[in-house]
Design a protein around this ligand. Sequence first.
Ligand code: CDP
Ligand code: MG
Length: 133
Amino acid sequence: MVERTLSIIKPDAVERNLDIDIKSFFKKNGLKILKSKKVKISREEASEFYKVHQTKPFYNELCNYLSSGPIIVMILEGENAIAKNRQLMGATDPLKAEDGTLRKMYGISIDKNSVHGSDSMENSKIEIDFFFK
Ligand code: CDP
Ligand code: MG
């Protein structure tokens, strides 16, 4: 099924000018970039975006981090786009990510792991609306 998902190039990757490489990786792997924009979100917006994690010990740092610098938000579209994007990203911790995945190639650490991707159909809709409505 053709799906849409939200992808974010996080501050550590934008800072290192990895956006062109990451975008071409998505395109090469069958995901079309329907929309893309560079934004800087506030601490409040970041805490809203990541509210599913509000009880986690890393929540505070995560919100500080996502709002620390410019990010690139994109709508990706393609066959099984949600799972496909998660597969292309690799495991949350770059040390555990498989070879050839974005986080393995570019991630610095579990918090500075270069990319975000929606994890379900429901969340992809919520996250796309969050940035593009
Ligand atoms: O991004 P992903 O869906 O793979 O992981 P998550 O479990 O939904 O966590 C969201 C984000 O929180 C991760 O991408 C990490 O940047 C951060 N995180 C962290 O800093 N420390 C952890 N132990 C777990 C996640
Ligand atoms: Mg997640």
